[in-house]
Write a protein that binds this ligand. Sequence first.
Ligand code: PMP
Length: 389
Amino acid sequence: MFYLDHNATSPLRPESLSAVTNVLSLGGNPSSIHAKGRAARAIVEDARERIADLVNGAGAQVIFTSGATESNNLALFGAAEGSLEGDDSKAGGRITRLFVTAIEHSSVLATATRLAERFPWVRVATLPVTADGVIDLEGLRVALREGKGRALVAVMAANNETGVVQPIAEVSRLAREAGALLLVDAVPAAGKIGIDFALCDYLTLSAHKMGGPQGVGALLVRAGAPLAPQLVGGGQQQGLRAGTENLPGIAGFGVAAHVLRDAPGERDRIAHLRDHFETRLKEIAPEAVIFGTSAPRLCSTSCFAIPGLTAETALIGLDLDGVMLSSGSTCSSGKVAVSHVLAAMRVEAELASCALRATFGWNSTVEDINAATSSLLKLRERIRAREAA
Ligand code: PMP
């Protein structure tokens, strides 16, 4: 089996697996005041520090969630609702405008749509990207100047389909100049590029994209940024996210973040594999198009198309050869639909229907790449033979 789908989910790192299993047998509720509870609390607090460390944040800023989907929901709904309450001068007033880029993950885009229904005074606008998939900064500057009231801006640190990195420092500067709040979805970018939470008000992470377990994520929130809890009940996590913490998941998440932070060689190795893949791809299919290459990209992601070879056909052929990669975005990879990200980059629908995504991670090998390119070569030759017939 050759796994090239790390942006969908990265296999569990062995260090995370042992943390998860150890904690599963340990048990304990972090809210209990007895010894077992205190041991559980120490595990949670330790993980908080390690995760915050990865993005230059502080442990106290970390709220554990069930994953990045929940984190994005909590940030957007929580900010809009939280901005209605409390000390206006501190909170900066109610949020009346939400700007999202056209390439955000569906957990941001769908939440923005729901938010506009639930808070009718919030105007939602979609920010375009360039043909390289980078946010149009001038468009953002103009958008922030227009309209009244406080704005919230959601820009991902890097795109999960193309790997294109967004200019977060510039986005942050524009947002701050306009008194706007900034949510950064750092799911595929964390640990691959430097992320500085000091530039953001809210930041989203997911454990399973960095070799941690599935079903656990985090939202970092700047002290003083508005946030109303979306899950209420017990007073866990300073009342911001009720529910007994997912202790094994959090332990595995903390370890994954720690291992990733201390593995700078891993990034170089992954970048080398990605470059090797793209060089081989161009050798076997010179007509192949690789998306987003004029912009800075994550070392882990290659989004490409071989014209004439549809993603649907390719995925079946690759799967028969034991090669696993995906088409379009992770969460819609079950259904082969044209990616909203490529559409926003104005990629023609026919070419976009051929788009595939190979993503590499901590345990990727050169054998994975060779298997993928051999399988793609076979598929391409079959198509060319059919065309010639
Ligand atoms: N944001 C981005 C950019 C993602 O790629 C994903 C996962 N596909 C999510 C959010 C949602 O993450 P989770 O699976 O943890 O809910």
